[in-house]
Design a protein. Structure first.
Length: 269
């Protein structure tokens, strides 16, 4: 039965490959035997772990640079993928912008949140995802097979709880900007839209929405967040690997247009 979850020999594209979760998806697919075409923005530096991936996997990992908002850059990257690895059969749309407290200099009142920052989040998280899917997904449609996995978020379906952040010194108090969750909610709708249009062509489209993932959050935030999770903890990277392989492999051959929420039960309450 373990063969159901195999991605051996598949060609997988991962956007936002150098970000927080990008290396998790890349490593998981490489360990499963896939060839991985990793994309990140021009000028970005690969995290230290990528060197280990390259040493271990050799030509099964290829890195390219393109902005998800730049169709010409994406088409050039796609030609590179086709030439060196082949036609993609897995696409992980991971590229995205979040705005945690550490990246903001101060808080805003709701009525004062700048429009420009929100616009950029939508351009990358939603419009960029759609553009990547058009460019790479077209080859899946032509081949008559493939699995597109859009990385969503817990906040695609619920609003951030402002009490998670009320200990952070900020005047006005810190508010998690609204564009992140709204853009991810749009991704879930796009997932359903694409799934229905491409199902006749053998291409499945699903979303994987992680809950809070353990990282460098401050201790008060982690305590308050975990108290809200039925399983009593934040997600680890290993919690996300199985769900990714499920959606990428033939184990989910009859699954399309769904959002797989991996949140420890957060949204059950």
């Amino acid at each position: 039965m373990t063969g159901l979850f195999s991605v051996q020999g598949e060609v997988a594209v991962v956007t936002g490959a150098f970000g927080t979760l990008g290396p998790v998806w890349v490593e998981t697919l490489l360990d499963g035997g896939a060839h991985v075409f990793a994309i990140d923005r021009p000028g970005q530096t690969a995290p230290p772990g990528f060197r280990a991936f390259e040493e271990r996997c050799g030509s099964r990992l290829r890195v390219a640079f393109a902005d998800v908002r730049d169709r010409a850059g994406l088409e050039a990257a796609c030609r590179d993928c086709l030439e060196h690895l082949g036609v993609p059969s897995i696409l992980v749309n991971n590229a995205g912008i979040d705005q945690p407290p550490a990246r903001l200099e101060n808080g805003y009142r709701l009525e004062e949140i700048p429009l420009e920052g929100n616009r950029e989040v939508f351009e990358v998280n939603t419009l960029g995802l759609f553009l990547v899917t058009q460019v790479f997904g077209a080859h899946m449609v032509k081949a008559g097979r493939g699995s597109v996995i859009n990385i969503g978020s817990l906040y695609a379906s619920v609003s951030p709880d402002a009490r998670f952040y009320d200990h952070i010194p900020s005047d006005p108090p810190f508010l998690k900007p609204p564009a992140y969750g709204a853009s991810k909610a749009a991704v879930i709708n796009l997932t359903k839209y694409l799934a229905t249009h491409w199902a006749p062509h053998g291409v499945r489209v699903n979303a994987l929405s992680p809950g809070g993932v353990l990282g460098e959050q401050d201790e008060q935030f982690k305590r308050k967040f975990c108290a809200r999770v039925p399983l009593g903890r934040m997600a680890t990277y290993d919690d996300l690997r199985g769900p990714l392989l499920f959606l990428a492999s033939r184990a989910s051959a009859y699954v399309t247009g769904v959002e797989l929420v991996v949140d420890g039960g957060f949204t059950a309450w």
